[in-house]
Design a protein around this ligand. Structure first.
Ligand code: ADP
Ligand code: MG
Length: 267
């Protein structure tokens, strides 16, 4: 039997009395790669924030990493336990080389030996040698930043890696490259959760499971065929199949924020 790397049970989160996550259940075994899809505003990033420990939310429920409860731990302790998130907009760290950065993080998280060996092996695998002595993410293209994030995960080898909209802002070639890097990161000792609202990146990757989040809940889980259904019919077709109503919005003028999405450069 495979044990769960990540076991989420009835996680609820609210901000200022507004419920955003309304009971999320999810189980990701070690060695598996799961995708969470869902329209904008369905709560995907909130789930990420709640797992990593961002403090804005009132949280209930349970999320275990390799059998240890995460939700009562500090951000640092969650990272030490083996949770790592890749960012939608990776941070630039001027003046700190990538190699130096990874060595320090490994040291601080008490990630043991063989960091040098893993660094060298992963640099080769992800084609990152030219970047090792350059400042972290400074002057990298969008695709290179995302590749660098995945490389960092491969080196630091978390138990659970979460990628939130790793494909946002990338052109189609970079999406393919990032997808290949995610596939290359797979390991029997790691679970990967990839969040995306486009099925596009899934043309180049085959997750073990796909989960769809709508209105703060996972409403459907399935195999790769679920991505094809979404590619063909969009979220609307799935809503219809499941009999889910679009939440009624109060009648009003469109506000400025609705003209923007969190992926401004998608092709
Ligand atoms: P997704 O990542 O699926 O696009 P989010 O998790 O970012 O969705 O957001 C879900 C909903 O929760 C949105 O309506 C968003 O505005 C709201 N939300 C998320 N975080 C906060 C917060 N800190 N304060 C207020 N509202 C929030
Ligand atoms: Mg999001």
């Amino acid at each position: 039997m495979t044990s769960a790397a990540l076991l989420i049970r009835d996680v609820r989160a609210s901000v200022g009395g507004t419920a955003i996550l309304k009971g999320v259940d999810l189980e990701v075994p070690f060695g598996e790669f799961h995708a969470i899809m869902g329209p904008n505003g369905s709560g995907k990033s909130t789930l990420c924030h709640v797992l990593t420990g961002k403090e804005d939310y009132v949280v209930e429920g349970s999320a275990e990493l390799g059998g240890t409860e995460l939700l009562d731990k500090s951000i640092t302790d969650r990272a030490r336990l083996g949770l790592m998130q890749g960012f939608q907009y990776p941070t630039e760290i001027a003046g700190v080389g990538l190699r130096e950065f990874l060595e320090e993080v490994a040291d601080e998280r008490a990630i043991p030996d063989q960091i040098e060996a893993r660094l060298a092996a992963s640099a080769g695998k992800f084609d990152m040698e030219p970047f090792l002595d350059r400042a972290v993410n400074v002057d990298l293209s969008g695709g290179e930043k995302k590749r660098s994030e995945i490389f960092q995960m491969a080196v630091l080898a978390p138990k659970v890696a979460i990628l939130d909209e790793i494909d946002s802002g990338l052109d189609i070639d970079a999406v393919r490259e990032v997808a290949e890097a995610v596939e290359a990161m797979r390991s029997p000792d790691m679970a990967v959760v990839m969040i995306t609202h486009y099925s596009r990146i899934l043309r180049y990757l085959t997750p073990d499971r796909i989960h769809v989040m709508m209105n703060g809940r996972i409403v459907e889980s399935g195999g790769p065929e679920l991505a094809h259904e979404l590619e063909d019919g969009g979220y609307e077709a799935l809503r219809q199949r499941l009999g889910i109503e679009v939440p009624a919005a109060p009648a009003r003028e469109k506000v400025v924020s609705e003209y923007f999405t969190d992926t401004p450069f998608d092709v």
